[in-house]
Ligand binder design. Structure first.
Ligand code: DGJ
Length: 550
């Protein structure tokens, strides 16, 4: 539609029917290239610098505590729930007044939205379903345990539950299309929240038992190998042995969510995803033994979700683990050629802010610390004990550095040019392999002095008492780099064709990108500012570095 006028485009869109929109820009969507991914918003790659509101902030009054935090942190996206109980308190009667207020206020604040559909399951519970669902166990059955006892979690085999959830979700997506198809304020939808079941591997109700005794569907067999030797085909137990219960439950949940996502996308085709309460990524793989919520999209069943639920773009890790080795393992496990990396939740505690560099360097479509919202609530010890600016500030500094690059960074990541590290709990230096260059990132060093000399100095730089460093690098040319970071020393050395060649900085410009994506230099670092490497303090900076050999 490039060469036709806007009005003509609208007419054409209308004539095209259900899959065309009265919008000049394409629908938000995810693109893939060479095993990498980009979230496309308004026709161009977009880095989601997001925050997630608290669970009960999904009401117009509560939004008043949300927007100041969104502003303070320089987020470009707010993730916030839309609860089934609030849009359909009476069966068949829908109320979208909150959604309307939310979308309107997001536009006023210049912020995009990711809506979290709290439907059948919220952290595995039925608590966000309307009361007419919650207490009608006959029509909306809960799962049964091995002894036939009803447990808390709604069954994924409840046909009426699926029908009712789907109907409400479709109503929501239809409404979004009506109010937002021309603006794309809402860029993504999460379907359900942290699904799975605690305390029990799967449903043991009659329907579940009958299906469990049937053969594993061919598509699942083709994509999910058993971690232990088992039959090539056959029942779940025959093929997957001790993993059968968990895998069967993952299949059941993914199939249910697929139905909802598919129906929603048929009316309004936004990207959709599921989020995951993580299992330990480091402990040796073992069958479920009560150690995580069974059936959720944990790293070991991503294959099942990707196979069974093609209308979900990805399974996303909610990273509340704070140990650096676990964060790294999770990023590696969820970032796959068939599964774009998105971190829709992470702890909002100050030490985790450093992981933003690692995540964004890793090519995440987006990040969102949870509970960046000034409601009178903290999810400490999971997140920060603070509920004011002191909580948002560590994230604000990082977002402020990236925000002017929200488009550029996403393009570089899509091209495979970005890298990122966060200071490890061992506080040791790390290296980043670049094309014909290598960056070494060290921590707890003053801005002047070599490593050996500084090792003899007792005092350490302020703000480095606990791990707090992070660096993200985009290689934007053969010898040119954008470096963003805090509390770290970065040094470049030749590698590959530059190995063993002496090198030096050509330029080390501190600056920022303007709205048109042009670099604006503020000053050039030289002398003391580069003699001991590029030393980044607690004030994140953006550097444009040119290296050369001689
Ligand atoms: C993860 C969930 O997805 C969130 O909704 C929230 O409950 C946090 N855990 C805990 O604050």
């Amino acid at each position: 539609m490039k060469n036709i006028g806007h009005a003509a485009a609208i007419c054409l869109a209308t004539a095209l029917g259900a899959h065309a929109y009265a919008s000049a820009t394409p629908m938000p969507h995810i693109e893939h290239k060479n095993g990498r991914h980009a979230l496309i918003v308004d026709g161009a790659p977009f880095t989601m610098l997001g925050v997630q509101a608290h669970n009960s902030s999904n009401y117009p009054d509560a939004l008043q505590q949300v927007w100041p935090a969104v502003e303070d942190v320089h987020a470009n996206t707010l993730e916030i729930p839309v609860a089934w109980e609030q849009i359909e308190p009476v069966e068949g009667t829908f109320d979208f007044s909150y959604v309307d207020t939310l979308v309107e206020q997001a536009r006023t604040h210049g912020v995009r939205l990711v809506l979290l559909w709290f439907g059948t399951w919220k952290n595995t519970h039925a608590q966000y379903t309307p009361e007419w669902v919650k207490f009608d166990n006959r029509r909306f059955p809960r799962m049964l345990d091995r002894n036939g006892k009803t447990i808390y979690c709604l069954s994924p085999f409840g046909e009426e539950t699926l029908k009712a959830d789907k109907k409400a979700f479709v109503a929501l997506m239809t409404h979004l299309k009506t109010i937002d198809a021309d603006r794309h304020t809402v860029i993504m939808v999460q379907v359900e929240n942290e699904v799975g079941t605690y305390g029990q591997a799967r449903d043991y109700g009659p329907k579940a038992q009958a299906l469990f005794a049937q053969k594993v569907p061919q598509a699942v067999l083709a994509h999910k190998k058993s971690p232990v030797p088992g039959a090539a085909t056959g029942t779940w137990a025959q093929v997957y042995g001790p993993y059968a219960d968990e895998y069967f439950h993952a299949w059941a949940l993914a199939s249910y969510i697929e139905e909802i996502a598919k129906a929603g996308r048929a009316v309004y085709d936004l990207p959709m995803y599921v989020n995951n309460a993580l299992r330990d990524p480091i402990e040796p793989m073992a069958p479920w033994h009560g150690n995580f919520n069974s059936g959720g999209p944990t790293y070991d069943v991503i294959d099942i979700y990707r196979t069974v639920a093609p209308h979900l773009d990805l399974a996303a890790p909610d990273i509340y683990m704070t140990e650096s080795d676990k964060v790294t393992a999770n990023l590696d496990m969820f970032h796959r050629p068939d599964n774009p990396l998105l971190v829709p939740e992470m702890a909002n505690s100050a030490p985790t802010a450093r992981y933003l560099y690692q995540m964004l360097g890793h090519g995440a479509l987006g990040v969102a610390p949870f509970g960046v919202d000034y409601a009178d609530y903290t999810n400490f010890p999971l997140g920060s004990p603070l509920t004011d600016k002191r909580m948002s500030e560590p994230f604000a500094k990082v977002f402020a550095a990236f925000r002017p690059m929200e488009r550029l960074w996403a393009s570089w990541a899509f091209d495979g040019r970005t890298h990122g590290v966060a200071e490890g709990d061992d506080r040791k230096p790390q290296t980043i392999a670049l094309k014909n260059w290598k960056a070494t990132v060290s921590y707890r060093l003053w801005q002047l002095g070599d490593e050996q000399w500084l090792a003899t100095v007792k005092e350490k730089p302020p703000g480095t008492e606990t791990p707090s460093g992070g660096v993200a690098i985009a290689q934007i040319g053969d010898n040119e780099f954008i470096v963003v970071g805090q509390h770290a020393r970065v040094k470049f050395d030749g590698a590959g064709t530059n190995a063993d060649k002496p090198s030096m900085y050509g330029r080390v410009e501190e600056g920022h990108f303007d709205a048109a994506g042009r670099w604006v230099m503020e000053r050039n670092w030289n002398g003391d500012q580069v003699d001991s490497g590029l030393n980044l303090t607690g004030r994140p900076v953006v550097l444009k570095v040119r290296m050369g050999t001689y």
